[in-house]
Design a binder for this molecule. Structure first.
Ligand code: 6PG
Length: 231
């Protein structure tokens, strides 16, 4: 596990974008990435869209998925797809984008798409080259919120998850799929995240959902700004 701290959210976005470009550029063949929602990841996507970095990647080799999505249309203000499209995807005409239709609720269909397009790693679980994850102040990642059923899923790879405190349903990757990845990168900024970050890095309780992310044989990196790191 690596912990990398940047001065502020913009410096964090720049650093992660550069490392992402480097990882993709030094790989061969198809490269699979799962995007996440959130304001911090949005800064990363916007930085990636800037020509000096964007033009270093052969996006025709890249398959872009979503690790979670809200049950709304793709043009809705709450849509992770809409955010990513505005910040990045519209600038990547060659990339293969797999929108998650959470409104349709067919998690099995998206799971099959992942099985069809993402190389199988050890065993039978698809191994993403990179899964990006933001973190909420409650320690949720993707749409694995504290106490929700999807946090207890041990077999399915993509499920619909009821989130009572938000009075909504979301589609989300589960831990079996996340933990099979070759790389899992947390992208976390802001003072409101610091208590959870500090707790997860230095204590064993409580069981925030982010604790469930432990790649079996992949790399885990905490990309933080100084406020989230408490430094
Ligand atoms: C979502 C995201 C969610 C997000 C975190 C962090 O659909 O809301 O997938 O997991 O990454 O809530 O969001 P911020 O960076 O905006 O705090």
């Amino acid at each position: 596990m690596r912990v990398e701290v940047s001065r502020d959210p913009e410096a964090l976005a720049d650093r992660v974008a550069r490392e992402l470009v480097d990882v993709v550029s030094t790989s061969e063949g198809r490269f699979t990435i799962a995007l996440t929602g959130g304001s911090t990841p949005r800064l990363l996507y916007a930085r990636l869209a800037e020509p000096d970095l964007r033009d270093q990647v052969d996006w025709a080799r890249v398959e872009l998925f979503f690790g979670d999505e809200r049950a709304v249309p793709p043009d809705h203000a709450d849509s992770n797809f809409r955010m990513a499209h505005q910040a990045l995807l519209r600038h990547l005409p060659d990339a293969h984008v797999h929108r998650m239709d959470a409104e349709g609720g067919a998690a099995e269909d998206y799971e099959q798409r992942v099985l069809d397009r993402v190389a199988i790693g050890q065993g039978t679980v698809p191994r993403f080259d990179l899964i990006l994850l933001g973190m909420g102040a409650d320690g949720h990642i993707a749409s694995l919120f504290p106490g929700t059923a999807a946090t207890r899923e041990t077999r399915r790879l993509v499920v619909m998850n009821d989130v009572p405190h938000l009075q909504t349903r979301r589609m989300t990757f589960t831990y079996p799929l996340i933990n099979a990845a070759a790389r899992v990168w947390f992208v976390i900024a802001g003072a409101e995240k610091q208590p959870v970050v500090k707790n997860v890095l230095h204590a064993r309780e409580p069981a925030y959902p982010i604790r469930g992310v432990a790649p079996h044989s992949g790399e885990l990196v905490w990309w933080l700004d100084e406020k989230a790191a408490g430094s």
